[in-house]
Ligand binder design. Structure first.
Ligand code: F6P
Length: 319
């Protein structure tokens, strides 16, 4: 192996630039040359790339987004697109590709492996929804963004003694919602991994009012139901004033937290080291403080388990 490619794909997440930097510098340290492909798998298909050297990855670590760009690329789901990408990689003499992204991106990495390209995945998704790693790059920053917003909303919620629903990202995942509910001191959390019903939500709001709480903060993961719809139901049942804030894409941006920069640096470096040691078709991840690796197919096809203790903690701490 002499030449390694790197790309970022799918939903961007804060810390992706730190991962590209770590991959590039570790690869150069290991005697490899590095090619950065633009806009995810599109860069492979359309041959859009640049050679990365020690300086080209400088000054990027503290920036959100990804300087290589990202995309969701339907053409890469076709065998024509996959063959074009593989042929371009072979022409460029790129032996291995490191894919930084979420489940769809790692699925793409596994496709490249099936065409004989060495591959490694680095988990990056604010949703933190990959099996085989406790943390994905970007999750910590997204949670910090969410709790910053929740704290501000609490101020006005208390002033007006209002009920607020805060919708956070997570199409299929309640991780941002759960962690930001705990860190933001929310009264309730609604996530797609657990069933919920409007009556128990209303009961918890009533309990809060009776116990003299100045506000009621409910964090809703987008995949669990639209916050505006839920708010309408609450208004109808309880005849109270309810406000909704949808945080949206601000959770995807911003300067990465120290934690995200550190895991991006560690995981990016490890991805290169594993390739150099002959491993392939894997995703690097974190278990506790330790770095591990799992097969790509497991990472994108299995789901991480939501810890029931954390859900209970939200309830206990909201008493
Ligand atoms: O990156 C994951 C995610 O943030 C989901 O939680 C969300 O549903 C989705 O991306 C939205 O992404 P986009 O607007 O880029 O399609």
């Amino acid at each position: 192996m002499k030449r390694v490619g790197v790309l970022t794909s799918g939903g961007d997440s804060p810390g992706m630039n730190a991962a590209i930097r770590a991959i590039t510098r570790t690869a150069i340290y290991g005697g490899l040359s590095v090619v950065g492909f633009f806009n995810g798998f599109e860069g492979l298909i359309k041959n859009k790339f640049e050679e990365l050297d020690l300086t080209s990855v400088g000054g990027q670590m503290d920036k959100g987004g990804t300087f290589l760009g990202t995309a969701r690329v339907p053409e890469f789901e076709t065998s024509e697109g996959q063959k074009k990408a593989t042929a371009n990689l072979k022409k460029l003499g790129v032996d291995a590709v490191i894919v930084v992204g979420g489940d769809g991106s790692l699925r793409g990495a596994h496709v490249l492996y099936s065409y004989g390209i060495l591959t490694m995945g680095v988990p990056a998704s604010i949703d933190n929804d990959l099996w085989g790693t406790d943390y994905c790059i970007g999750f910590d920053t997204a949670v910090n963004t969410a709790i910053d917003a929740i704290s501000k909303i609490r101020d006005t919620a208390s002033a007006f003694e209002r009920t607020f629903l805060v919708e956070v990202m997570g199409r299929n995942s309640g991780m941002i919602a759960l962690y930001s509910a705990i860190a933001g001191g929310a009264d309730c959390v609604v996530i797609p991994e657990r069933s919920w019903n409007i009556d128990s939500l209303c009961a918890s709001i009533k309990y809060g009012q009776e116990r003299g709480k100045l506000h009621n903060l409910i964090v809703v993961a987008e995949g669990a139901g639209h916050a505006f719809n839920i708010a309408e139901q609450i208004k109808r049942k309880l005849n109270i004033d309810v406000r909704v804030t949808v945080l949206g894409h601000i959770q995807r941006g911003g300067t990465p937290s120290a934690f995200d920069r550190i895991i991006a640096s560690r995981l990016g470096a490890e991805a290169v080291k594993l390739l150099l040691s002959g491993e392939n078709d894997k995703m690097v991840g974190l278990t506790g403080h330790d770095i591990n690796s799992v097969f790509l197919e497991d990472a994108f096809s299995k789901r991480p388990i939501i810890d029931d203790d954390l859900i209970e903690l939200v309830k206990i701490l909201a008493l």
